[in-house]
Write a protein that binds this ligand. Structure first.
Ligand code: IMP
Ligand code: MG
Length: 186
């Protein structure tokens, strides 16, 4: 279990492994029902959503396909620059496809607003947004998230794919980073 070395940089654990597992299973069931008779494309927004994505797709009983996109909007700071850039594009066309965009967390909403627009412009049949975590207080743009596992307060979190300066992604739960770790950067 990855725990002791990284755990000491956390103030507290916000969402446990068990809670995540339960929520991911529920969401997988819901998507399986709502996309019955469809073959959706699951788009993983790298790198943060990778852990959630790999767990979620194994809870979905549909002939889905997967693709990956990497976006940059943050740099190494804990605050959004608002600049969205495609670092790695999808391998396949989304024309006429039912796309489910899978994110780790929705904060300002700028990243998913941009990705939603790109998918629609490329002629996707439908585009829905899935996120593990949602920080609704932080929105800078109105954005409808279709599936969110957890709404969380305005705190910087790491683990289960989410990073601070590329670290902590391998924690099996979501925790609030101790402010001492990033206070000199914010
Ligand atoms: P948005 O465009 O502001 O909604 O940005 C969402 C992205 O910001 C996520 O995909 C994360 O990469 C990053 N992010 C926002 N809040 C956090 C956090 O609390 N911890 C780690 N990454 C975060
Ligand atoms: Mg991200």
């Amino acid at each position: 279990m990855v725990d002791s070395t990284l755990r000491k940089d956390l103030d507290h654990i916000l969402i446990s492994e068990e809670e995540i597992k339960e929520a991911v299973q529920q969401l997988g069931k819901k998507i399986t029902e709502e996309y019955r008779d469809k073959s959706p494309v699951f788009v993983c927004i790298l790198k943060g959503a990778a852990v959630f994505f790999s767990d979620l797709m194994r809870e979905v009983d549909l002939p889905l396909t997967i693709d990956f996109m990497a976006i940059s909007s943050y740099g190494s700071s804990t605050k959004s620059s608002g600049v969205v850039r495609i670092l790695k594009d999808l391998d396949h066309d989304v024309l006429n496809k039912d796309v489910l965009v899978v994110e780790d967390i929705v904060d300002s909403g700028l990243t998913l607003t941009y990705i939603q627009k790109v998918m629609s412009e490329r002629g996707a049949n439908s585009v829905r947004l899935v996120t593990l975590l949602d920080k609704p207080e932080r929105r800078k743009t109105p954005l409808e998230v279709d599936y969110a596992c957890f709404q969380i307060p305005n705190e910087f979190v790491v683990g289960y794919g989410l990073d601070y300066q590329e670290k902590y992604r391998n924690l099996p739960y979501v925790g609030v980073l101790h402010p001492d770790i990033y206070s000199d950067q914010a």
